[in-house]
Design a protein around this ligand. Structure first.
Ligand SMILES: [Zn+2]
Length: 237
């Protein structure tokens, strides 16, 4: 939920479902501007860099990320994925964006307050897994980021055709092999010649983003950067 004034429907929703902190689940005052308690806000695992360069020769240009995959952010992402808390997606994006917005403003050239992308895409989830969970958390994150950046988020452009084991269950070599050939572009016309911002929840080794970036570049995307809510801090450089 953004820090803007509450809309009527939001009042109604908060009456039915009192707001709770996305990190520690504490019940919050009715008018709390964001679903985050003051303790968790003070202890957010904010990284010292928000724009992370990837090695030359990879298919992802850079990765925007504000948080380390730690503390309350780790809990909020875990609950988003495994405890049926889809609303956490909007709060996580709003939180990240409040930092990124200042970062973009400080580093932008005049009249170009935001980096330029044509479309936002999410890392797709296999349809079977999405049915089971009820939603793809990366799609919810992409939709919220699209609203904040005023760039269209397109669905069904890229799909995950193979239901691979979860990356988190595998070692380094397994993670790399696991995803080869897993992603397919279904609508190449929407990708060709485009500057794309790809969205995911967590970056661990970067293999998932890289495999998505590869199929998008193979279909003629001219630039693929990424936004993730959190990354393992040792990778943040
Ligand atoms: Zn909290």
């Amino acid at each position: 939920m953004s820090s803007q004034k509450l809309q009527l429907h939001e009042y109604f929703l908060r009456f039915l479902f009192p707001p709770r902190c996305i990190c520690c689940d504490t019940l919050l005052p009715f008018k709390n501007p964001m679903e985050l308690c003051s303790d968790c806000r003070e202890n957010l695992p904010v990284m010292h860099k928000f724009e992370h360069r990837t090695p030359d020769g990879t298919n992802i240009g850079k990765v925007y990320c504000v948080f380390g995959y730690e503390k309350g952010i780790r809990k909020a992402i875990h609950n988003l994925k495994f405890s049926d808390r889809p609303g956490n997606a909007a709060t996580l994006v709003d939180l990240s964006y409040s930092y990124l917005e200042r970062f973009f403003a400080d580093n932008s050239v005049p009249f170009m307050p935001l980096p330029v992308y044509d479309i936002i895409l999410c890392v797709p989830m296999h349809p079977g897994r999405k049915r089971k969970r009820g939603y793809n958390q990366s799609e919810l994150l992409a939709e919220r980021l699209a609203r904040r950046m005023n760039i269209p988020a397109l669905k069904k452009v890229m799909v995950k055709a193979v239901n691979t084991p979860a990356q988190s269950a595998l070692g380094k070599a397994g993670r790399f092999r696991n995803l080869i050939g897993a992603f397919k572009v279904k609508a190449p016309d929407l990708v060709k010649g485009k500057r794309i911002l790809l969205v995911d929840d967590v970056m661990t080794t970067g293999n998932t983003l890289e495999q998505c970036g590869k199929v998008l570049k193979d279909e003629g995307a001219i630039q693929v950067d990424a936004f993730v809510v959190a990354m393992r801090r040792k990778l943040s450089g």
